[in-house]
Design a protein around this ligand. Structure first.
Ligand code: OFO
Length: 168
């Protein structure tokens, strides 16, 4: 049985993951209308992935005798100045999510909820992977700079970064 404190902290993470999904969906839509098909495909997949992260938490909370609360979400930013801004925002957001997961892990240890601590290890690993992908992509964009041809190739190439589980 989850303590009220852990239930509340997990519910906060449900919301954060759902907001991540919305943020990436808005990025995908922006990229699609600007003609960046590859970036759009990548971000649609990211959005789907975040949705599954939220859902996994919902199921866990309910399975452990809690109640997963589906709340209002903060509206995502819908306009961007560049592809680089998209990926800078993504990296910043993933770092923020990692901090939230780390805080959750700490709460579970403090309250000796080892089952939830164990459950959260999947998220810890996932965040390492997502931050690393975001950094690799940003490095590539920094190399390309303002070169339009480079950006075109980048857009064609980025789909290979889609995690296999959500690749279409
Ligand atoms: Fe849910 O993995 Fe990123 O935020």
């Amino acid at each position: 049985m989850l303590s009220k404190e852990i239930e509340k902290a997990l519910n906060n993470q449900v919301r954060l993951e759902a907001e991540s999904s919305q943020i990436y969906l808005a990025m995908a839509s922006w990229a699609e209308v600007k003609g960046f098909e590859g970036v759009a495909t990548f971000m649609y997949a990211q959005s789907d992935e975040e949705r599954t992260h939220s859902l996994k938490l919902v199921k866990y909370i309910n399975e452990r005798g809690g109640h997963a609360f589906i709340s209002d979400l903060k509206g995502p930013k819908t306009e961007y100045d560049s592809i680089k801004e998209i990926f800078e925002t993504q990296l910043k957001h993933e770092i923020f999510v990692s901090e939230s997961i780390n805080e959750l892990v700490k709460i579970t240890l403090d309250s000796k909820d080892y089952a939830t601590h164990n459950f959260l290890q999947w998220y810890v690993a996932e965040q390492i992977e997502e931050e690393s992908t975001a950094r690799t992509i940003l490095d590539k964009l920094n190399l390309i700079g303002e070169d339009k041809g480079g950006l075109y190739l980048f857009d064609n190439d980025i789909v290979r970064f889609i995690a296999p589980k959500t690749a279409k």
